[in-house]
Design a protein around this ligand. Structure first.
Ligand code: HDE
Length: 706
């Protein structure tokens, strides 16, 4: 029965699949086309004729093949999957898809925020993390990000934030980048953005893979149980592969070599059967504890530290199927955090409340009208039955003469669930007794304590990366006033951070916040700055991505084997077998595609070359021994691979007979990440170091300029 439900979405999609195999070409009206090369003309050299309906049919469709891209999150990649609930949380929520053992089909769309649809995957940016659950109670969308907080507290500021981060309106530059004046002008006037900006300047904003990101619901939501009791809840997605990022210089290079890097990585992992998985976790706060903390749980610029409220795992998501068609599925999927299923409700977070309006409004525009729910990717698996009809692109055909409620002519159908004793969505009966105001709670006025918590919870290398990111971005800002204003904010967060960034900008961090910043903050809090409450937690381990050698997983990591004719098969196999046992992938790279011959005889197919591949797209490097070493010694691209790998702090291994190549690289110090077969256990040590992701300490040496 459960399997049946989870297959329903596949059925919905399959019933719309078109297979052109063995079909003659037709017009959109099904008329066979005799000639698809020539327009209808008056004579061989004459003008085209208006009556050429075959040409018109083709071009009229083509002319309308683009729809407005999402105003934010335009660049995205999607996948199908399944969610399985694994814990009994019926005490807190009656949501059917969260009841232990229930399997629910889903569609996910990851995205960047600022860039256009065709922009690079590796922009420094927040990543969208949207999941549409096709539950037996209707669709539920958890539309989150890979960063657990947001830039602003109230939805009213959202268009301004987006205008500020998007390319500047006069010259439409820069693309997919926050490193420009208008973004920093805005955030330096909005101290509430300080926490999120800190995350955005951290390596979280340049993930190694979409499969290696956490996801967060960001807002506090509410669970509602059968008795109507509410519990506050925050959602977390924890990736099974761990949380990992690339280095900024590497991200910039990947953008050039393969701007589809994340999309390709996700697609290929699923094609290869390496199905990405995340655990879904929840932090639960009883209603009675709503006001218990030093921060307001309704403020979307705050996290609830995991040390205060632990994350409980309640299920697992597995992505197991690539879309058949990007446009029909990933582009047309319509997410909306403003639609709920029984058992989940909104909290009064003012940002969430604002989102409740915006998404359906966006879809109505972007997808051309009110029938976007009927697109196969958006259809609920339990069907939709109501009296709506008409509108652009209507597909369902409502039978009979009744399209109103109440009715008797249609037998009273579709009927009110309550009339037959069935349940439907009921909003949580929260008591509200208040005056209307346009304003903000003073409990939202502490803007720096959690930004400090984040910075202080980072490893030394992560802190260095944050300093570099602020320095990079603010150096790209032309306005010295804006730079100074942001430095003043940093100084409120952490003086060491402000001083380091200030040094790179040739500026002394101002002691106090800029007058303009204070003036704007006083629009919301007349007494600003307000003395913050003492935080419960000053360091949170959950906020760092640091992983020590031997600790992490190398599953699905790509290891470049740098080879050429005459390479030793035994030397390849030794490493390949060890890596594959850990779930990593060996990729042979050589000077040409086609065959290479092994030293021992026999040959193998080469698909990847130094011309088509880039060092920055691989996780670790191995040079096997053999006659290939002589060829590699004269191959500049080989050294480019190794030098960049060294610069980007990756593990590099050399088989015994290949160690001489190191002489001509830029490797100066033989740190733990350089594994020489003559001095180490080649495979074990290599894997051990790879499990630590990177040897970030190497950056301190800063000796390699590639
Ligand atoms: Fe969105 N957001 N957003 N947002 N958002 C959109 O909807 C909006 C916010 C997020 O993969 C738009 O379909 C407002 C927070 C994701 O298709 C739009 C506010 C979070 C996606 C919109 C926010 C998000 C969107 C643009 C402030 C993290 C991509 C196209 C109140 C929790 C969904 C669209 C996808 C997309 C509005 C703030 C996440 C314009 C008004 C906070 C992942 O409706």
């Amino acid at each position: 029965m459960k399997e049946e439900k989870s297959n329903k979405k596949i059925e919905v999609i399959n019933s719309h699949l078109v297979d052109n195999t063995n079909r003659p070409l037709t017009t959109n009206d099904g008329v066979h086309i005799h000639d698809n090369n020539n327009t209808l003309k008056a004579g061989e050299r004459g003008p085209s004729l208006l009556e050429d309906f075959i040409y018109q049919d083709k071009l009229a469709h083509f002319d309308r093949e683009r729809i407005p891209e999402r105003v934010v999150h335009a660049r995205g990649s999607g996948a199908h999957g399944i969610f399985e609930a694994t814990a009994d949380i019926s005490k807190y929520t009656k949501a059917k898809f969260l009841q232990k053992g229930t399997k629910t089909p889903l569609f996910i769309r990851f995205s960047t925020v600022a860039g256009f649809k065709g922009s690079t995957d590796l922009a420094r940016d927040v990543r969208g993390f949207s999941v549409k659950f096709y539950t037996e109670d209707g669709n539920y969308d958890l539309v989150g990000n890979n960063i657990p907080v947001f830039f602003i507290q109230d939805a009213m500021n959202f268009p301004d934030l987006v205008h500020a981060v998007k390319p500047e309106p006069n010259n439409e530059m820069p693309q997919a980048a926050s490193a420009h004046d208008t973004f920093w002008d805005f955030v330096s006037l909005m101290p509430e953005s300080a926490h999120m900006v800190m995350w955005a300047m951290s390596d979280r904003a340049i993930p190694r893979s979409l499969r290696m990101m956490e996801g967060f619901g960001v807002h506090t939501f509410k669970f509602v149980n059968e008795e109507g009791k509410g519990t506050f809840v925050k959602f977390h997605w924890k990736p099974k592969l761990g949380v990992h990022s690339v280095a900024w210089q590497e991200a910039q290079k990947i953008s050039g070599y393969d701007s589809d890097f994340h999309r390709r990585d996700l697609w290929e992992a699923i094609e290869k059967g390496n199905f990405p998985q995340w655990d879904l976790g929840v932090q639960l706060v009883p209603e009675e504890d709503e006001l218990k903390y030093s921060f307001d749980i309704l403020d979307p610029t705050k996290i609830i530290p995991e040390e205060l409220v632990p994350v409980q795992i309640i299920g697992t998501m597995t992505l197991n199927r690539n879309p058949e068609n990007f446009f029909a599925e990933t582009e047309q999927v319509a997410f909306d955090p403003g639609r709920l299923v029984p058992g989940i409700d909104f909290s009064n977070d003012p940002l969430l409340q604002g989102r409740v309006f915006s998404y359906a409004d966006t879809q109505n525009y972007r997808l051309g009208g009110p029938n976007f729910h009927e697109l196969p990717i958006n259809r609920p698996i339990n069907g939709k039955y109501n009296n709506q009809k008409d509108g652009f692109g209507r597909q369902d055909i409502l039978k009979g003469n009744v399209s109103y409620f109440p009715n008797s002519l249609g037998g009273g159908c579709p009927y009110h669930a309550m009339l037959k004793g069935e349940s439907g969505f009921e909003s949580h009966a929260e008591k509200i007794d208040a005056k209307k105001i346009r304003g903000r709670s003073s409990s939202f006025a502490d803007h720096f304590t959690q930004a400090r918590l984040f910075f202080q919870s980072q490893s030394p290398a992560e802190q260095e990366h944050i300093i570099s990111a602020y320095s990079f971005e603010l150096s790209k800002v032309n306005s010295v006033d804006v730079r100074r204003r942001e430095l003043a904010i940093l100084n409120q967060i952490d003086q060491k951070l402000a001083k380091a960034v200030g040094d790179n900008l040739g500026m002394e961090p101002p002691k106090d916040l800029d007058e303009l910043t204070v003036q704007f903050a006083r629009h919301n809090h007349p007494e600003y700055p307000i003395e913050p409450s003492k935080p419960e937690v000053t360091v949170s381990k959950a906020l760092t991505m640091e992983v020590k050698p031997g600790e992490g997983s190398i599953e699905t990591r790509k290891v470049a084997f740098l080879v050429d004719n005459g390479v030793s098969k035994a030397s390849i196999d030794k490493m390949k077998t060890a890596l594959e046992a850990e779930g990593a992938e060996a990729v042979l790279i050589s000077t040409k595609v086609g065959k290479i011959k092994f030293k021992e005889g026999g040959e193998d197919e080469i698909q990847f070359t130094y011309l088509t591949e880039a060092s920055v797209c691989y996780d670790a490097f191995y040079t096997p021994e053999g006659d290939s070493v002589k060829t590699l010694a004269a191959e500049p691209d080989y050294f480019q691979f190794i030098n960049e790998a060294y610069r980007h702090c990756k593990a590099i291994a050399f088989a015994k007979g290949a160690e001489e190549l190191i002489e001509d690289t830029l490797i100066k110090d033989l740190d733990d990440g350089i594994i020489l077969e003559s001095k180490a256990n080649l495979t074990d040590d290599f894997i051990h170091i790879m499990k630590g992701h990177r040897i970030w300490e190497r950056e301190k040496a800063r000796k390699v300029a590639v």
